[in-house]
Design a protein around this ligand. Structure first.
Ligand code: PEP
Ligand code: MG
Length: 597
């Protein structure tokens, strides 16, 4: 019998093409790629005769007004969708549009240098952006992107184009050399599956916005230019692993589909925990609080099911906007967040500027070692003109919102605490003399983020109402490795044996004094570390609102005695890798669903 004709041999499948970048927002997506050209519209060269200058000035004014209205609309949409922190990202752009120096220079370029409106916007913005981009301070350097974003919007408006990028309404993964935060905010949310750019870094506003919106994102993906993409067809973007994969292999696609399904299932399950208490299986409460940067973050805190705010980084009030916030503006900010979340506690950390956190409103004299220089509480003690209005605003706000608490950053020891308290009590005396209502006995706590504070925690604990352990700074100071320097990043692991000992010491001191000890640094963000921290004696965790449901799931799945046994075992391990692996093993036996991603 003759054999059935065999089908002709298939050519081997073409290999995957993998571009590697930096994952800046977690998650995975699979879909068609859309490349967006973000180049500004061509700018006419023609000079403007003096008789036409008024027309160009009117066109400029109309563009400035339209750009302002559009940014406010984007802000309102983001805030209404529960993303007030993201909305706040546009404050710097609105400030630029209202900045008389910037807009005045554009007007002068039209009137005196005879440039048309578009050329004047391009020239002046280019100069401002270049000056900002050349600054040493990373925060101010990022503001160059804001100026470029504003300029792009104005140029599009002056060219009669839509002021935001035109994106498809069908599902797609977006690639752009660079994407402005406002173009991302205006993108149709239902169709934007994921985002990759060539430019930008993990702390760029576009990356922050992508994280707030839950859009998987990568930066640093090399640009293949205007030619066709490396391969046709749908692509797979993995924001967790930092990959953009062309022609993804079937096995990779099915693994990704499984992860997407698992993630969606987990999200739905975690959402159901919102109103359940954060307590271990044996009923020990572990408070879960939110870290926030803006007084408008209350909806996110509530949506996450957090028990108030464990860390309000008040310095962000001093970084955005066109001026430093005075006492009354701060009073409004603190009152508003405290009222929205009452009766849950709202912990405002006093100004933590200096080191890597600078503001254009203050001159910071150069220091050889700014992280170990005049920052945070040290700066406040040296600058009562900054510290006192903040303390007065907090004492006044606490008169009507009894859930407000004050927390001092970078406290070295009792002497620091006493110096800060002396200023606070002097503020209370002043307010009494002025007949202004305030709360003198507002709860006061300290951040334990310098090794000396951890080592003297037993003394500090008898003078404060709570501790909050800042593991980010505690790690950098204990290991003498700058947290912002990628050359020594390998020296700052997530969980180092030395840090665990300082946490245990601090938590034990808190327990003896009968005060709560929270962890509000990066360690609190990782679900696999939650059992260890609980086992070390920590009674509260404060982290980004988005991470809270997952951490609550972990807390509700463990018993206190198991967590303590884990901590005792982990304290015998010598390396960070061994510590992490023990924590992961514990997590996989309790909440394996959290390790899927
Ligand atoms: C910390 O140091 O851990 C902390 C929470 O403060 P920041 O990250 O704002 O310095
Ligand atoms: Mg800190």
């Amino acid at each position: 019998m003759s054999e059935a004709p065999s089908s002709p041999p298939q050519p081997p499948p073409l290999p995957e093409i993998i571009l590697r970048g930096i994952g800046v927002a977690d998650g995975i997506a699979f879909g068609p790629l859309h490349r967006l050209e973000t180049a500004p519209p061509p700018v006419p060269e023609d000079p403007v005769p003096p008789s036409r200058a008024p027309v160009e000035l009117r066109r400029l004014d109309a563009a400035l007004a339209a750009a302002t209205a559009r940014l406010r609309e984007l802000q309102a949409n983001l805030a209404a969708a529960g993303n007030p922190d993201a909305a706040a990202l546009f404050e710097a752009q609105l400030a630029a549009l209202a900045d008389p120096e910037y807009t005045g220079e554009i007007r002068t370029a039209i009137r005196a240098s005879r440039l048309n409106a578009a050329r004047a916007v391009q020239t002046v913005s280019g100069k401002y952006a270049a000056a900002l981009a050349a600054l040493a301070d990373p925060y101010l350097r990022e503001r160059a992107a804001d100026v470029r974003d504003v300029a792009l919007r104005l140029l599009r408006l002056l060219a009669g184009q839509a002021d935001s990028a035109d994106l498809p309404a069908t599902p797609h993964i977006l690639y752009a050399r660079d994407l402005s935060p406002s173009d991302l905010a205006a993108a149709p949310r239902d169709s934007l599956l994921a985002l990759a750019t060539a430019e930008g870094g993990p702390t760029s506003h576009t990356a922050i916005l992508a994280r707030s919106l839950g859009i998987p994102a990568l930066v640093g993906i090399p640009d293949w230019g205007p030619a066709a993409p490396p391969a046709p067809g749908p692509v797979l973007l993995d924001g967790t692993a930092g990959l953009l994969v062309f022609r993804p292999a079937p096995a990779r696609q099915s693994a990704a589909a499984k992860r997407i399904r698992a993630r969606n299932r987990l999200g739905a399950r975690l959402a159901k925990l919102r109103d359940l208490p954060s307590e271990t299986l044996d009923g020990t409460p572990i408070a879960l609080r939110a870290n926030i940067e803006s007084p408008d973050a209350a909806p996110r805190v509530l949506a996450a099911g957090a028990d108030g705010v464990g860390l309000f980084r008040s310095e962000y009030l001093f970084m955005d906007g066109s001026t430093l916030p005075d006492e009354d503006r701060q009073l409004r900010a603190y009152t508003s967040i405290a009222r929205s979340l009452a009766p849950a506690p709202v912990t405002v950390r006093t100004l933590d500027l200096g080191g890597d956190k600078l503001t254009r409103h203050l001159d910071f004299p150069p220091e050889d070692n700014p992280a170990m220089g005049c920052r945070a509480l040290r700066l406040c003690l040296a600058r009562p003109d900054l510290f006192k209005p903040q303390l007065r605003a907090l004492l006044r706000a606490a008169a009507e919102s009894s859930n407000l608490r004050i927390m001092y950053p970078m406290v070295n020891d009792l002497a620091d605490l006493r110096a800060a308290e002396a200023v606070r009590l002097a503020c209370a005396d002043e307010l009494t003399a002025e007949g202004i209502p305030h709360r003198r006995d507002i709860p006061v706590g300290v951040m334990v983020e310098v090794p000396s504070a951890a080592l003297t925690a037993a003394w500090l604990a008898t003078h404060v109402s709570f501790f909050s352990i800042g593991t980010n700074d505690l790690t950098q100071y204990t290991l003498a490795a700058d947290r912002g320097n990628e050359r020594v990043a390998h020296l700052c692991p997530l969980a180092h044996p030395a840090i665990l000992r300082l946490i245990r010491l601090t938590a034990a001191a808190a327990q003896v004094a009968g005060i709560p000890a929270c962890v509000c640094g990066e360690m609190a963000w990782h679900p696999e570390l939650a059992p260890l921290l609980v086992g070390l004696g920590v009674s509260a965790l404060s982290t980004s609102p988005d991470a809270i449901p997952g951490i609550k799931h972990v807390i509700r799945s463990l018993r206190l005695d198991e967590a303590r046994t884990l901590a005792d075992h982990v304290l015998t391990l010598e390396t960070p890798d061994a510590i992490l692996s023990a924590c992961r093993t514990f997590l996989s036996s309790h909440t394996p669903d959290l390790l899927d991603d």
